[in-house]
Design a protein around this ligand. Structure first.
Ligand code: CO8
Length: 255
């Protein structure tokens, strides 16, 4: 198996990329195993947040260059290479990338498919595909530009340079940088916090934020208002607001 799945805390799942000999380079097998594992966890009402991580040395050093090197245009086009990764963007449960070491090419793109990114001080982000005679192929030119703006995205994508964790935080790619040895614990803690909320509300919040990338402001605001109204059909809304007025902690049932 190229990924492992653990349950390190209540309602939290941890998926770890496990191809250390290739710095977690993403091959077809990893794509199938990771998207299958994430989809299974997503179907479980017992999981409220999923952490995706790699090793101390590499989150993932990119798509597997050795697997792609000899392919032709016809093969890449016929197989719609990389389209399978889109399955990860259909996961409705909040996904947290915990990145240490190299997050390059497809590794950076995989992290950007997650909902929030935590970085260890050792994290290095980049889209070095240009140095291989290609360009990002798993969404990097689009997601990186939306995340950090045109100037920085062009800088990284056209020069192939890597960006340290502090620069990634400054430009808004990652939400927090933590000491290397704290990354895993911090990511699990953030996941546990999210997972303690109403799952239906968390999934709806994720959907609403992601909608902002796909719609005009007016459409997005209307979408938000409609799904906000819809949450008044949930038990968790009744419980959350009752708990506030009764000055106690809410006991969400995730429905
Ligand atoms: N693919 C395959 N194997 C890899 C990859 C990779 N992306 N990255 C590292 N490895 C392998 C190395 O080949 C090496 O294996 P071996 O021991 O058998 O030679 C092993 O991992 C360890 O790597 P290094 O010895 O190179 O380790 P270093 O610490 O010296 O260097 C680096 C680490 C800097 C990360 C270096 O390995 C590197 O530059 N890797 C490649 C990074 C890269 O270019 N990534 C982008 C890949 S392309 C991509 O992601 C998207 C392509 C989009 C195409 C669009 C098509 C539709």
């Amino acid at each position: 198996m190229t990924v492992t799945v653990e349950r390190p805390a209540s309602r939290v799942a941890l998926i770890t990329l496990n191809r250390p000999q290739a710095l977690n380079a993403l091959n077809l097998e990893t794509m199938r195993e990771l998207t299958t594992a994430a989809a299974e966890l997503d179907r479980s009402a017992e999981v409220g947040a999923i952490v995706l991580t790699g090793s101390d040395r590499a989150f993932a050093a990119g798509a597997d260059i050795k697997e792609m090197a000899s392919r032709t245009f016809s093969e890449m086009h016929a197989e719609d290479w990389f389209a399978g990764w889109d399955a990860l963007t259909r996961v409705r449960t909040p996904l947290i990338a915990a990145v240490a070491g190299h997050a390059l090419g497809g590794g950076c793109e995989l992290a950007m498919m997650c909902d929030l990114l935590l970085a260890a001080e050792s994290a290095r982000f980049g889209q070095p595909e240009i140095t291989l005679g290609v360009i990002p192929g798993m969404g990097g030119s689009q997601r990186l530009t939306r995340a950090i703006g045109k100037a920085k995205a062009m800088d990284l994508i056209l020069t192939g340079r890597t960006m340290r964790a502090d620069e990634a935080e400054r430009c808004g790619l990652v939400s927090r940088v933590v000491p290397n040895e704290q990354l895993r614990a911090e990511a699990i803690e953030v996941a546990a916090k999210i997972a303690s909320m109403s799952l239906v509300a968390a999934r709806t919040a994720k959907e609403a934020v992601n909608r902002s990338f796909e719609s005009s402001l007016a459409e997005g605001v209307l979408f938000e208002r409609r799904v906000f109204h819809a949450l008044f059909a949930t038990e968790d809304q009744k419980e959350g607001m009752a708990a506030f007025t009764e000055k106690r902690k809410p006991d969400f049932r995730h429905c």
